[in-house]
Design a protein around this ligand. Structure first.
Ligand SMILES: Cc1cc2nc3c(=O)[nH]c(=O)nc-3n(C[C@H](O)[C@H](O)[C@H](O)COP(=O)(O)OP(=O)(O)OC[C@H]3O[C@@H](n4cnc5c(N)ncnc54)[C@H](O)[C@@H]3O)c2cc1C
Length: 441
């Protein structure tokens, strides 16, 4: 690989903000990774990180989706080995009909294995099983030092800097993953309505209301006594017939919605209806895997709902003790400002993993989609101060605008990560736009 073929284009993450000029190249074959590791570049998977985490400003942004070979799969043990550009969707197509599922899955299946590791993604079962890295048996990382296999036991510092390391320790080439057995393609799901924030948090803490997977949808425009009005959605895998993996999206957003369509009145009306509709489903009912885990994957190009200015997703976690007070403050700011967010999702986190920059900590995490308009960035700075004051942190995979000093206060193991990163990347080659903005490297 002597000449590099690339295109120059304006590139963004899933939220379409910020949009920056980038040089986009593609790795065609696994063997090319060793050479790429000697150049300024940053791996990009399916671009589902919301902000600027998967863009290089100083070198090439390297598309990895052609690294999509399955290397081995043992249907008896459920151990899968694949190249890092394989998507979770690809994995499900192969393994679901054979009775296996992802042990941890984010809310979209259109992410690559490399992206899932780099963000150390979490799912609706974090309070029981932890995040994605807990199931990664080992991975191969390409750096200037050559390929290195690492795991929790072998080259452990490299492993724990890479999971959650947002692509800035090197290029992940292949991954060995332990899958989880399932006995059907369906879930048993039941809903519990909650009148307000205290009620939903009590429900989520109550072992009698717990399930294998839990998540709450919050009406973030409800105010006063109803602040935090929500629906707890609980589910578990059930026995039955195995089936195929989820199919493609049936609906699409053909154009950007004009900004005026999404306002506090329309979202308030939507939220009211949605709450009424969802809170009736209290009896256990059968739901297929796709609508339970991946509701948004059912609508192609759904970010167009937020118009051409894009949106930011603000996701933070607060520790157990301060979670309720802190989330109340955040929701009050959002609802008072009339900031329309269709999507506000609350999850419970369990024990912290060992990833130096992994996001989860024991407590509650709230994710809010907020359309970008005048005043949004100032509002988010205010939310940062609330999160900081309550001992929490913001998720890097969703971030597009945080400041370097905020990051330093939120991630206590940043210095440790920086020193391992410096050993792995002494010439500062693998730096993302996010890393530059947050002065991480
Ligand atoms: C609808 C939706 C729902 C989501 N739900 C969740 C959720 O429930 N939980 C959660 O944790 N996250 C969630 N996410 C975020 C998403 O899972 C992460 O951003 C994930 O990293 C995206 O993977 P990707 O392949 O698209 O990677 P990209 O967005 O392309 O890149 C993300 C990061 O991974 C790095 N990276 C990618 N490939 C490699 C590689 N081969 N080697 C080294 N680094 C690499 C990039 O440099 C970048 O820093 C959601 C995103 C969307 C759009």
């Amino acid at each position: 690989m002597t000449d590099i073929a690339f295109v120059e284009k304006r590139l963004a993450g899933w939220g379409n903000y910020p949009l920056v000029d980038a040089r986009l190249a593609r790795v065609e074959r696994y063997a090319e990774l060793a050479e790429w590791a000697h150049r300024p570049c940053l791996a990009r998977g399916l671009g589902r990180a919301y902000g600027d985490a998967a863009i290089s400003l100083q070198g090439h942004t390297l598309l990895t989706t052609r690294l999509n070979r399955f290397l081995s799969f043992d249907p008896v043990t459920g151990v899968l080995c694949a190249e890092a550009g394989v998507s979770l969707d690809d994995v499900l197509r192969v393994v679901m009909p054979q009775g296996w599922f992802l042990p941890v899955t984010p809310g979209t299946r259109f992410v690559t294995l490399g992206g899932a590791i780099a963000s150390d993604v979490h799912g609706k079962n974090h309070h029981h099983v932890g995040s994605f890295s807990a199931f990664v048996k080992n991975l191969v990382l390409f750096t200037v030092h050559g390929p290195v296999r690492c795991s929790a036991e072998e080259n452990a510092a490299c492993f724990w800097a890479t999971v959650g390391g947002m692509g800035m320790t090197g290029l992940i080439g292949e991954v060995e993953l332990q899958l989880k057995p399932i006995h059907s393609a369906d879930m048993s799901v039941s809903h519990v309505p909650a009148e307000n924030l205290s009620e939903i948090m009590a429900l989520m803490r109550d072992p009698a209301q717990d399930d294998e997977y839990t998540v709450a949808w919050i009406d973030c425009l409800a105010q006063g006594e109803s602040l935090g009005r929500s629906v707890l959605i609980r589910g578990h895998h059930i026995d039955g017939a195995l089936g195929p993996a989820p199919g493609p999206a049936k609906i699409s957003m053909p154009v950007n919605l004009p900004g005026f369509c999404l306002n506090s009145h329309s979202v308030r009306a939507f939220n009211k209806l949605y709450y009424r509709w969802q809170s009736r489903k209290t009896e256990p009912h059968r739901v297929a895997i796709a609508p339970f885990f991946y509701p948004l994957d059912g609508i192609r190009d759904w970010p167009r709902l937020y118009g051409k200015n894009g949106f930011v997703q603000y996701q933070f976690v607060l520790p157990e003790d301060s979670a309720e007070v802190g989330i109340r403050e955040v929701l009050t700011r959002i609802s008072e400002g009339g900031n329309a967010s269709f999507l506000a999702v609350l999850k419970r986190f369990g024990a912290e993993g060992e990833g130096m920059l992994s996001f989860p900590m024991p407590g509650f995490t709230l994710a809010l989609d907020i359309p970008l308009r005048a005043g949004t960035l100032t509002l988010l700075d205010t939310l940062d101060t609330i999160v900081l004051a309550h001992g929490g942190r913001v998720y890097l995979a969703k971030d597009a605008r945080m400041s370097a000093s905020t990051l330093q206060q939120m991630y206590p193991r940043l210095g440790e990560w920086q020193s391992i990163r410096h050993q792995l990347d002494p010439h500062g080659l693998y730096v993302s736009a996010l890393g530059q903005r947050l002065e991480m490297c």
